[in-house]
Ligand binder design. Structure first.
Ligand code: ZN
Length: 433
């Protein structure tokens, strides 16, 4: 897969454009906003759109009623809209029950949410599993509110319907699977998690053009209830999942962060860390903890899947998280492209890693007479010679190319390129034939 050498600037720009298109849509864990989003994704990659009825039991949970919203506002006694859903969908407490009522300021204030520390930002709040209604506004807006009679309208519905999600399965040579999961339940918020949605679409688009060793399953689900629903309906597929990643917060300008799987030393953990080390960029790793996104469900003890999460700024650390400041300006196409590059490199290792046997194990084979020095000529001769010697030495059936690249402190790609030369010269063969 030569793509790894590209800089993915073009794809970064395309992902950014896709995010711009998805940004205004009012999404939630169910409802037409999710469907509209899935329809747009389906025009780019051939996802199946699944609809799971309200009331379906999914382990200890139940698929909730479907939420849809047409309009919402607060009017003062002069009839002026002082908070208006049509300006930004973040103004409504997501999953608010319908209301049409006049009330005084004291009553209204019990249903208002602000961020005093960032008085220009609107918070993102939800009330999925508790019936409530409310509005989110800037603290500056809030401070201006005077004693008055306010007319509060939320034109929403909570009715029997469906939970919608998207799934794409790309079949590889073997049935072992890589799970790539992202969530699409957030309304007008960019880094968390339209960046994850956009990047996942483009990973799928690139993989669709390749001959794959592994099979890949892409999920576009509402967070928590979506992964619980998927797991409860697909228990038969769980044994096939060998590696997994939850894609979130990949568009901001921060350094990469990798949240390890529950196991902590699964192959995916080693692969991602190798990609980050090889990149030469600053990064950090954090150990698994049972908060965060859908890795919580994939990593519950009944499944304990090797699923990590590769992001840029860690979600709980950046102040814009879950606020109106997580907007288009907060992201950059360059960083989206860079995140895509890292994901593709992870897949390069998953696809390209193999354990080989040295067919000439008694002393080094004479490389010169086989023309190997000619093949590895050029500036990188020293590195490639080293890579060749590392592979020949460690290919005793116990070390994969990834192991060799880690032990030799060489880039996986260098080791892989050298292995390809040795395969062509019939000096090594795959352990598994
Ligand atoms: Zn979130």
């Amino acid at each position: 897969m030569e793509r790894a050498k590209d800089n993915f600037e073009k794809e970064g720009k395309e992902i950014y454009k896709l995010i711009e298109r998805l940004y205004p849509i009012c999404r939630s864990i169910t409802g037409d906003g999710v469907r509209e989003t899935l329809d747009i994704i389906k025009k780019i990659i051939p996802i199946d759109i699944k609809e799971v009825p309200t009331g379906t039991k999914v382990f200890d949970w139940t698929v909730p009623r479907e939420w849809n919203i047409k309009d919402a506002y607060i009017k003062n006694s002069k009839g002026e809209k002082i908070v208006d859903f049509k300006k930004t969908n973040l103004h409504v407490l997501n999953y608010s029950i319908p209301i049409n009522k006049k009330m005084n300021l004291k009553e209204l204030k019990q249903h208002l949410f602000t961020i005093p520390k960032h008085p220009d930002w609107i918070p993102y709040r939800t009330t999925y599993y508790k019936e409530n209604w409310g509005f989110c506004l800037t603290h500056n807006q809030f401070k201006k509110l005077k004693e008055d009679t306010y007319h509060v309208v939320i034109d929403s519905t909570l009715e029997k319907g469906h939970l919608s999600y998207g799934e794409l399965y790309l079949k590889g040579k073997n049935k072992d699977e890589v799970l790539i999961s992202t969530y699409l339940c957030h309304p007008s918020l960019c880094n968390d998690n339209l960046s994850g949605v956009g990047l996942t679409v483009y990973v799928a688009l690139l993989l669709k053009q390749m001959d794959l060793k592994y099979s890949y399953r892409f999920l576009f689900i509402p967070e928590t209830i979506g992964s619980i629903t998927w797991l409860s309906r697909n228990e038969d597929k769980i044994p096939n999942i060998k590696h997994g990643l939850v894609v979130t917060c990949v568009g901001d300008r921060g350094d990469l962060t990798y949240k390890k799987s529950r196991k902590g030393n699964a192959a995916i953990d080693i692969i991602v860390e190798k990609v980050l080390t090889d990149s030469g960029d600053k990064y950090r790793t954090i150990d698994f903890f049972p908060l965060g996104s859908d890795e919580r469900q994939y990593s519950s003890p009944g499944f304990d899947l090797p699923v990590g999460s590769l992001m840029r700024s860690f979600y709980y650390d950046y102040p814009e998280y879950h606020t109106s400041a997580d907007n288009l300006e907060f992201m950059s196409s360059k960083h989206l492209g860079d995140s895509l590059k890292k994901y593709i490199r992870v897949i390069n290792i998953i696809e390209g890693n193999e354990t080989y046997i040295n067919l000439n194990p008694k002393c080094e084979p004479q490389l010169g007479k086989r023309g190997i020095y000619d093949m590895i000529g050029g500036e990188k001769t020293v590195d490639l010679t080293a890579a060749v010697l590392w592979i020949l030495n460690l290919s005793d059936g116990n070390n994969s190319l990834l192991d060799i690249s880690i032990r030799s402190k060489m880039n996986f790609e260098q080791i892989k390129n050298a292995a390809d030369i040795l395969i062509s010269k019939k000096l090594i063969i795959p352990k598994d034939g």
